[in-house]
Design a protein around this ligand. Sequence first.
Ligand SMILES: *[C@@H]1O[C@H](CO)[C@@H](O)[C@H](O)[C@H]1NC(C)=O
Ligand SMILES: *[C@@H]1O[C@H](CO)[C@@H](O)[C@H](O)[C@H]1NC(C)=O
Ligand SMILES: *[C@@H]1O[C@H](CO)[C@@H](O)[C@H](O)[C@H]1NC(C)=O
Ligand SMILES: *[C@@H]1O[C@H](CO)[C@@H](O)[C@H](O)[C@H]1NC(C)=O
Ligand SMILES: *[C@@H]1O[C@H](CO)[C@@H](O)[C@H](O)[C@H]1NC(C)=O
Ligand SMILES: *[C@@H]1O[C@H](CO)[C@@H](O)[C@H](O)[C@H]1NC(C)=O
Ligand SMILES: *[C@@H]1O[C@H](CO)[C@@H](O)[C@H](O)[C@H]1NC(C)=O
Length: 639
Amino acid sequence: MASFGSFSSCFLKLLFFLLIAITILASSSSSTSSSSLHPLAAISFSDHHDHTCISEFRVLNRRKLLNCHDPNPHLEISVNPNSSISNEEFLTVTVSGVLIPSSSHWIAMISPSSSYVTDCPLSEAYYLQTGDLSGLPLLCQYPVKAQYVSNDPDYLNCTKSECQERLLGKCLVSTCSGSLTFHVINIRTDIEFVFFAGGFDTPCILTRSNPLDFTNPKMPLYGHLSSIDSSATSMRLTWVSGDEQPQQVQYVDGMSQTSVVSTFTQDNMCSSSDLPSPAKDFGWHDPGFIHTAVMTGLHPSSNFSYRYGSDSVGWSDQIQFRTPPAGGSDELYFIAYGDMGKAPLDSSDEHYIQPGSLAVIKAVTDEVNSVNVDSVFHIGDISYATGFLVEWDFFLQQIKPVASQVSYMTAIGNHERDYVDSGSVYITPDSGGECGVPYETYFPMPTPAKDKPWYSIEQATVHFTVISTEHDWSVNSEQYQWMEEDMTSVNRSKTPWLIFMGHRPMYTSSNANTSVNPLFVDAVEPLLLEYKVDLAFFGHVHNYERTCSVYKGECKAMPTKDVNGVDTYDNSNYSAPVQAVIGMAGFTLDSFTTDGNSWSLRRIAEFGYVRVNATKQELYLEFVNANTRNVEDSFRIYH
Ligand SMILES: *[C@@H]1O[C@H](CO)[C@@H](O)[C@H](O)[C@H]1NC(C)=O
Ligand SMILES: *[C@@H]1O[C@H](CO)[C@@H](O)[C@H](O)[C@H]1NC(C)=O
Ligand SMILES: *[C@@H]1O[C@H](CO)[C@@H](O)[C@H](O)[C@H]1NC(C)=O
Ligand SMILES: *[C@@H]1O[C@H](CO)[C@@H](O)[C@H](O)[C@H]1NC(C)=O
Ligand SMILES: *[C@@H]1O[C@H](CO)[C@@H](O)[C@H](O)[C@H]1NC(C)=O
Ligand SMILES: *[C@@H]1O[C@H](CO)[C@@H](O)[C@H](O)[C@H]1NC(C)=O
Ligand SMILES: *[C@@H]1O[C@H](CO)[C@@H](O)[C@H](O)[C@H]1NC(C)=O
């Protein structure tokens, strides 16, 4: 959702674009047969624009390409190393021969290398999400990332100078250089660095590097695990490769499974005549091939190892992993969060950056490496690629230390699914035209069918019911009926705890009028009470907030303090679910705008995650601040 705040001038600029856009849109839609935009879309645009101000780079695309009138013959851009690139590198990109260094100079990494061309098809579409209405694209595909050369502190004052022309030992022409570091991972298609003048607002090309290839574009990469059922004797591994041929996962001693290979194309991305999407156009990047294979014959709560690939394209390292406990066993220790996204490991701008994500994934990685974490639940707003598809690769790389070792279960969020005319409940452009297709391909969950992203799974003492808040949940809808059937079927002797998860919350003290849909609450909250849900986790709002045992806005019971002063809820005398917002895993934090909610017991706006120890007797929860690693809230629920 939106983060409000500190970029007001940028916001005004975008608001201006927005007004023009809406005016044009209104006049154009009257001349076509398409219906006018839903008012929610307009609200979302302003939210979206506010986000884009995290980086002015977000509005870069589709600039009219001006010619740089730069007759300077000395200008050069070089990349080190300049031979082919391994799966992960920090490249040094140097511009030299610059006569007058300028704060408007910047370098973009583009991929594929040909994507800089200026003759891609003209589109008359209005790219509202970028706030940019120019008709001629600058870049047929958006840069992967970019930096101002002034990130090199020695650039503007020309600390590194070269003499280009000498006469009698005296330097006649002296030029300057600057160097930047770019974190590059194997995204299969070749890359190129382009040196621009004119800032992000009025860019023109000064010079460009040679294209650089990846040493092995077919390399199997970014393997991540998920559970397929409650037996915990099978685990799914999903990975990415430039190779279409089936590969294998080899595990335990001599066992192997062959991958099922899929991919998606630009045609699979959604768009609308009212609102053309980046995914279908300049945000597109070829995802290669997504391989998935189910390792069977495992034991629950056990350590195994695997590697994936093939003799012809290469193999991953041997990776240790842990199966979760089987449904009905004694104890589960899991981690949960929402709204993570990614952030670059260099100083680059990207179209969308979630600044807290690195600290959170680091903290979770440390936890996975030091204690027996059984599984992770990431409940929506996964990568925030939002139609800029290369960012999925960077996200998968970022979560790999966690997701390659333990089951990484997900729920869908608005930024994976929503788009105008796409069947999502919310008519917003939040997925940038992905409409859940990349999400489903990268994160296959045990769901009933394509674009029905709801499922349940049992691990030890807990039955998890995971829903999509972005698909119809109205009374008697297909998903609603599924929720009823699923929660009716829970055997509380086997799994004493019922935890409900989805993306958009029912309770928040942050701009509740835009974050909470009363229709959703009216339809679904009664089910939580009827089936005695112990705990409901939601994301979407970017902070942490915990309620009393709440129903229809009223505290039905309050926790009491245990001997250690920890809030303790007595669910042996069940009154209502405890709800918690846990959307604090990366996106810029939201402040709390309402103090007076009686149901709100704890409010923390810090980056972090929740860890849960679920024994037969109790659920014990802690909110961990990812930066300090301090536990800033803890509570228990017992039967
Ligand atoms: C790579 O760098 C070396 C020395 O730095 C240079 O000789 C060579 O021409 C460069 N190759 C390319 C393809 O730019
Ligand atoms: C140039 O600026 C940088 C950063 O401000 C500083 O560290 C450096 O000493 C300066 N160099 C010169 C030659 O002034
Ligand atoms: C699995 O590995 C972890 C971390 O190496 C270790 O702490 C744990 O004891 C192992 N568990 C089993 C069941 O071998
Ligand atoms: C519920 O689970 C318990 C414990 O696993 C089992 O003994 C019982 O048969 C189950 N009940 C049903 C109706 O399946
Ligand atoms: C939401 O509520 C806040 C304060 O409660 C108010 O300032 C704002 O205008 C409201 N927004 C909408 C869209 O109703
Ligand atoms: C059960 O909870 C209700 C309120 O939710 C309370 O009035 C009642 O006293 C409780 N009963 C017991 C036995 O604790
Ligand atoms: C979970 O709680 C049980 C019971 O209090 C305890 O024995 C166990 O060590 C805890 N597990 C973790 C990982 O903290």
